[in-house]
Design a protein around this ligand. Structure first.
Ligand code: MLT
Length: 271
């Protein structure tokens, strides 16, 4: 689809299927295209909604700077534009996971379940924040490709660059679509995101945590730490997957999500 035309959001989004609303938020520096295998594989049992964050894919940049809270509001603007008032399952990978956690904090009654893929609860360290600033300066000086190309070797499980050349090609293609404005705003949003650790014990909804065992960007220990702190969760660590398990092991990823959706309690009941 198109640009959601309500006053809260101008995000481009794709929509497929019917059933429980399942909003999937992409990682950095990608777009909703990274969820193509989930749109195809999950639309049989869910209404899959895939926005592009501002300045990525087909969404305009909207603002010079952003916060993860604003991204969460932008994503809920898509639900509002579609008049979806029932609680939705919100899933996010990496940056998308930071946004999903922000959504659970801001709109807890509108979140029926949470999927946290390849992400972490903590904020950036002082060193991490300084690196984001350096990266922003590099993007301003030279454009986003230097940054995205330097991240490229870390996205997949090392063996998958040879074993899954089609996926490696997709990763390159999708990240090349990122605009300088989008990349700069997202780096600032990630740098300034709050520490969500205190939120974890208060999450009232079921949470699915998925992480690649070979993630080179966010170690699986981060997923294990979230699982220890969240009351109702399932933790799945996927073999032969790095930072993008939904692309590297799409069938397994979809199978786990389908199982999670099938076990969701009816809205209004407690877990
Ligand atoms: C992502 O994959 O969204 C980013 O690598 C996350 C981050 O840099 O913190």
């Amino acid at each position: 689809m198109n640009l959601a035309g309500n006053k809260k959001s101008t995000l481009h989004y794709e929509e497929r299927g019917a059933g429980v609303p399942l909003l999937l938020i992409h990682g950095f520096p990608f777009s909703g295209q990274m969820w193509a295998a989930q749109m195809a594989g999950l639309a049989g049992g869910a209404r899959v909604l895939v926005p592009d964050l501002p300045g990525f894919g087909k969404s305009p940049a909207i603002r010079a700077s952003s916060t993860v809270d604003q991204y969460a509001e932008d994503c809920f603007g898509v639900l509002d534009a579609l008049d979806i008032t029932e609680p939705a399952v919100i899933g996010g990978l990496s940056l998308g996971g930071y946004v999903a956690l922000a959504a659970a904090r801001l709109f807890p009654l509108r979140v029926r379940g949470l999927i946290l893929a390849s992400t972490r609860a903590g904020a950036d360290s002082a060193e991490g924040k300084a690196n984001r600033d350096k990266t922003i300066a590099q993007v301003k000086a030279n454009g986003p490709s230097v940054v995205t190309e330097s991240m490229y070797p870390k996205f997949l499980s090392p063996a998958n660059y040879e074993e899954q050349p089609r996926v490696a090609g997709q990763v390159r293609d999708i990240m090349r679509g990122a605009s300088p404005e989008g990349v700069i705003a997202a780096l600032g949003a990630m740098r300034d995101r709050p520490d969500s650790s205190d939120l974890l014990p208060n999450l009232h909804m079921p949470v699915l945590i998925i992480h690649g065992k070979d993630d080179q960007l966010i170690p699986p220990s981060e997923a294990e730490a979230m699982a220890k702190a969240i009351p109702h969760n399932e933790l799945r660590l996927l073999a032969k997957a790095g930072h993008l398990p939904n692309l590297e092991q799409p069938e397994e990823f979809n199978r786990i999500v389908k199982e999670f959706l099938s076990l969701l309690p009816t809205p209004g009941t407690t877990v």
